[in-house]
Design a protein around this ligand. Sequence first.
Ligand code: ZN
Length: 388
Amino acid sequence: MDISKHDQEFIKKKNKNMVLDIIKSSRPISRAKIAKLTSMSATSVGRIVNDLCQIGLVKETEQYSSGVGRKATMLDIDAGSVLTIGVEMDKGVIKIGIVDFDGHIIAENKLTKLYHLDDPVKVARELSEYIQELIDHNEIVISKIIGIGIGVPGIIDMDKGTIVFSSQLGWENVNFAALVESHLHIPTVIDNDLKVKALGETYYGFVKGSKRAVLLGFGSGVGSALVIDGTVYRGESNIAGEIGHSTVDPNGMLCECGKRGCLQTYIADFTIIQEANKVKPITSIKEIFDSAHNNETWAVQIIDRACTYIAITVSNVVCMYNPDTIILGGHLIEQHVEMLETVKQKINQFIWGPFNGTYKLVSSKLQSNAVIIGAATLALQQRLDHEM
Ligand SMILES: [Zn+2]
């Protein structure tokens, strides 16, 4: 593809997204109003609207337009006309949701058993059977489903649809998207779970419409994802944002990656539990929080230290990207909302003056549904880009 063709494609995509966003946020709306808001010609708006009508996403409704009083054809979104399926895969659990254009989960299912984790071929077959069951059970018209998105923890080659490496699943070089597609014959995309989660939060979460948002995830590991103008920043190998393995102290604790003093060795839940075990036998984060609520000094200190490192991470990310929004997610934060306030207080110690007041720090809105909704959003994005 030569440069000018590439530029044309980019502009076409940008204009289409702009028109779709306007219809979505100001519906019902007339073609003339869209042309006015976008400064595009009536012909260009008409062409884009026709494409959107053709795939069923936009529908015409006969209504009076406001002000002038004469009848105009208004445009509205038919959120249920186009559906995508979002899948979250993690160690021992798969969650499936059928999601409409407004980001609502209209049907869902969760699998915790019947799971041959060691065999990706069997897992793909089982997952496909469960998706088909969910479609049938809810009497969904299959032609409405335009894509499947799958979020997986690990390193993903999105272009090839391959799980390059996932320590949680214990898989290496598995072309999982193709396996699922061979059963259901629905275009399937796969991506890192945190990246799709960030996408979901940017489209449907507290920071809808944010131009530069970073999602930070704290749980069994530590990771981040940057979303710029609605698109996930991937880096050269789709592993941008793996901050859990950035070095904090070269003489620090040994990390699962083989290096010493990685950021995640200070905040990931297994290291917090390890720390607690120096004082007394502890098996869960919950027990540490329970002890902290009973004012046991050791537990208060461990949680305080985790909050300090989370605040440092936020400050570092602010310095690196200058985002308008930072979303804190991951089960460590989501299950202990009080941490957000402590982190907010601690940030003042670390943040560099010029960054004060430049960003919002919020918790995840979609919480445990974020990966499903984000994966479905990715599938929708891919299909819309492909179709038009
Ligand atoms: Zn590491």
